[in-house]
Write a protein that binds this ligand. Structure first.
Ligand SMILES: Cc1cc2nc3c(=O)[nH]c(=O)nc-3n(C[C@H](O)[C@H](O)[C@H](O)COP(=O)(O)OP(=O)(O)OC[C@H]3O[C@@H](n4cnc5c(N)ncnc54)[C@H](O)[C@@H]3O)c2cc1C
Length: 323
């Protein structure tokens, strides 16, 4: 049995759903699954991590870790991980995970496979698959040697685990010294977004240049409200000022992998596909029957989005009310 340490992620004292996916991945593979949580005043999160499969939770609680900082995370985790020597270290490929994991891999001299969408464990070996060349190909990655193996997993790429409230785990506090850091994050200014982030939502409704202006995104917001979805955008829509850059999906935006991606009036340029082609189900609405987005869509709707989306939204609403 291998030993896995999942680096759990929290923001404002709430655990990220992606951390539960990692715990599920590890425990369903039969590994001894441990979690480590960093922050300030986060010990209470250990119980929830145990419910999702952590046999043991390490808590690194330090005032300096109140706000995320790559240098502080690397310093806090490296000594702990070097002494624990797990077989695998897992983190989510969120903006946080993709930031500190390469620092950490260098610091503890471990191999790192990043942005994996599929992982298969076989005893003490693991194979990981990660999209490359804007999602046009998939690379199969194996680790060499017996050292610690680190992986970041794309959010939503693997199934979410179900919590088991009867499960408990032991908790151990880890003392760390964060003296000598060169940087410290002192404040985090939140955006005004009221919706889930596109990288974390299970459904994303995205719009393109064809929306014509920022106000017309109301059509998509109404649908997103019904589906509890995030609203995304193509780069053309972002460049035109219809949406903020944080909503951009694609090669130079965010990579998303939701259960459902609804692309409205988006042509399907390769740079956009790079950010969403691993979505589980893709619905495309486009007035051009030859739009490239239809080549990756599971459901293709050839229609004017301004006619189709309000009708579709109304139908979703009726369906929800009838349930
Ligand atoms: C280096 C580089 C990086 C890039 N990074 C990104 C990225 O991260 N994300 C990204 O999205 N793009 C990116 N792009 C830009 C990309 O190449 C495309 O230009 C962009 O995705 C096009 O956006 P769009 O589909 O909204 O617009 P368009 O290509 O103009 O397509 C609009 C689509 O809407 C359809 N349409 C028009 N009116 C309606 C209507 N009423 N109802 C239904 N359909 C309608 C049209 O048929 C068309 O298919 C990048 C480009 C480069 C060079």
């Amino acid at each position: 049995m291998s030993r896995v340490i999942v680096i759990a992620e929290q923001r404002d004292g709430r655990l990220k759903k992606t951390s539960f996916e990692l715990l599920g991945l590890s425990s369903s593979a039969g590994h001894e699954t441990h979690a480590v949580i960093l922050g300030h005043g986060v010990e209470n999160l250990a119980t929830e991590l145990a419910h999702y499969g952590a046999d043991k939770v390490y808590v690194i609680d330090h005032e300096t870790l109140n706000y995320y900082n790559a240098e502080a995370y690397t310093q806090a985790l490296s000594g702990f991980l070097l002494s624990e020597k797990p077989d695998y270290i897992l983190a989510s490929h969120t903006p946080t995970g993709r930031d500190f994991m390469p620092h950490l891999a260098a610091k503890i001299d471990a191999g790192l496979a990043s942005d994996c969408t599929k992982v298969e464990f076989d005893g003490n070996q693991v194979k990981a698959w990660r999209p490359v060349y804007s999602g046009k190909a998939v690379a199969e990655v194996e680790f060499l040697g017996d050292g610690v193996k680190m992986l970041t997993i794309r959010p939503n790429a693997i199934g979410a685990a179900q919590p088991d409230p009867s499960k408990t785990g032991s908790v151990e506090k880890i003392e760390v010294s964060l003296d000598g850091l060169k940087t410290k994050t002192t404040e985090l200014m939140k955006g005004s977004a009221v919706r889930p982030d596109v990288t974390e939502a299970t459904t994303v409704v995205s719009g393109g240049r064809s929306l014509k202006n920022a106000d017309n995104f109301k059509y998509l917001e109404d649908l997103a409200d019904q589906l509890n979805a995030a609203v995304g955008a193509s780069r053309a829509a972002v460049d035109a000022g219809y949406r903020p850059h944080q909503d951009q999906v694609g090669q130079t935006g965010k990579v998303v992998s939701p259960q459902l991606y609804i692309a409205c009036g988006i042509s399907g340029a390769i740079q956009h596909l790079a950010g969403m082609r691993t979505s589980k189900t893709i619905v495309a609405v486009n007035s051009d029957p030859d739009a490239p987005i239809f080549q990756v869509a599971d459901y293709s709707v050839t229609a004017d989005l301004f006619e189709f989306i309000p009708v579709f939204t109304e139908e979703v609403k009726k369906l929800k009310e009838s349930l």
